[in-house]
Write a protein that binds this ligand. Structure first.
Ligand code: ZN
Ligand code: ZN
Length: 195
């Protein structure tokens, strides 16, 4: 295992707030005119104090009216930022952590140490990011406009480390009506980076 090529990956995630039942009920499949209650559920207090009309809920959105947002879809970015031997890869993670005063944390399933430089807490939307040493071979991946969304949510521009290579060109769109699309976790050497 010590001979296998290793890499340092920078993994960034944006967790969006889920749409509320009211949003689905009143705005249909896609929400084109978002209100505050599309992402934050109305509290019982609000429903009692601000009864809505027939068309959709009405409320000015006082603090006591807003319930906590729930976790919705996540956008993920994985960039390879270094490749080489395992020992050096793990040293780079430790140096990054100590240089920035970061605690190293073990992944829940992988047990591999990660240097988290941004942690998600306090509701949604939220952003989280870490660097990790793992076997080489994970394909770089991030969706279009990830960087714009990342900057909007964090104020950061791009990843903290320089990526080793540009993003691969996206796969061509699949023809519709074919086989059902099955999403698979990308796992290399027992390390799952994208679930
Ligand atoms: Zn809505
Ligand atoms: Zn209200």
């Amino acid at each position: 295992m010590d001979q296998a090529p290793y890499a340092v990956y920078e993994v960034r995630r944006i967790y969006y707030a889920a749409r509320t039942p009211d949003c689905r009920a009143h705005h249909g499949r896609s929400c084109r005119s978002p209100k505050w209650w599309c992402r934050q559920p109305l509290t019982e207090q609000c429903r009692a104090d601000h009864p809505g009309g027939d068309y959709e809920p009405w409320c000015p959105g006082h603090r006591e009216c807003r319930g906590p947002a729930k976790k919705g879809p996540a956008w993920r970015s994985v960039r390879t930022v270094w490749e080489g031997d395992r020992r050096t890869a793990e040293q780079l993670i430790q140096q990054f952590a100590s240089g920035h005063g970061l605690a190293l944390e073990r992944g829940e399933t992988s047990g591999i140490q990660r240097a988290h430089y941004l942690t998600a807490d306090g509701g949604f939307p939220a952003a989280a990011a870490f660097a990790v040493a793992a076997p080489a071979g994970v394909r770089d991946k991030q969706r279009t406009y990830f960087e714009e969304a990342w900057t909007r949510h964090t104020g950061d521009v791009g990843p903290r480390w320089d990526p080793l290579r540009p993003l691969p060109t996206p796969d061509p769109p699949r023809p519709t009506g074919g086989k059902p699309l099955i999403r698979q976790a990308r796992s290399v050497g027992g390390v799952t980076l994208i679930a």
